[in-house]
Ligand binder design. Structure first.
Ligand SMILES: CC(C)(COP(=O)(O)OP(=O)(O)OC[C@H]1O[C@@H](n2cnc3c(N)ncnc32)[C@H](O)[C@@H]1OP(=O)(O)O)[C@@H](O)C(=O)NCCC(=O)NCCS
Length: 190
């Protein structure tokens, strides 16, 4: 990955302090929100392969894991076709009180409509309904649309390595969003 992998370790972490008072979930007109149903395995792989650009495996990555529940895997569909996905997951790296937002992707031809925001919000509602108090996620420096999406959802950057002060500053410049760097949480909270 050349430059993308230089000085981009460890991964960036973002933290949403509270799952109370989430914004209203308003799925854009013409689209439909639903959870995983059997048969969606290939649809999920299709979205993830195209958005993350690797060969994903739903069984290996999701269904075989202890955290899998159908209602945790959200899709936004156009007609019957899933075009966006996000998963309400968990991670042993963080507090049990925190949900872990996982595998957010939108088919490239459907980006630019904030579907990533809406489908992630649906996953956050799922976490809240399961009694989670907060949410955490990991991301990468080059995922600019994702970072803006998470920021719009209320996630704040959380420092997990000194090299990330500069990395978050660079991202905040790229996004023309000084508030992002100013919001950097310097104590590990989760
Ligand atoms: C992350 C992802 C799901 C977002 O898709 P989307 O919902 O269609 O996102 P949008 O294109 O609507 O953009 C989201 C925001 O980023 C902003 N944005 C996008 N590209 C940008 C850029 N180059 N510079 C600045 N802002 C940018 C948009 O303006 C929008 O901000 P706004 O809602 O405040 O106006 C999609 O980009 C994706 O699938 N990426 C690949 C997989 C990935 O990285 N997933 C996240 C893993 S952590």
């Amino acid at each position: 990955m050349g430059n993308q992998s230089s000085n981009t370790s460890p991964q960036l972490v973002m933290y949403l302090k509270s799952l109370h008072n989430l914004p209203a979930l308003n799925i854009p007109e013409g689209y439909e929100l639903r959870s995983f149903i059997p048969g969606d395995e290939k649809e999920w792989e299709n979205i993830i392969n195209a958005s993350f650009r690797y060969q994903s495996d739903f069984v290996k990555e999701i269904i075989s894991k202890e955290y899998f529940k159908p209602e945790r895997v959200k899709f936004i569909c156009w007609g019957n076709k899933p075009v966006a996905t996000a998963t309400a997951w968990e991670s042993k790296d963080y507090s049990k009180e925190a949900g872990y937002l996982h595998m957010v992707g939108v088919l490239p031809e459907y980006t630019g409509k904030k579907l990533g925001y809406h489908v992630s919000l649906a996953a956050l509602y799922e976490m809240a309904s399961e009694g989670k108090k907060s949410a955490v996620l990991q991301t990468d420096d080059f995922r600019i649309p994702a970072i803006k999406t998470y920021w719009n959802l209320g996630f704040k950057p959380m420092l997990v390595h000194e090299n990330q002060v500069k990395r978050w500053n660079d991202i905040s410049v790229k996004l023309n969003l000084p508030e992002l760097a100013n919001a950097l949480i310097k104590d590990k909270l989760v």
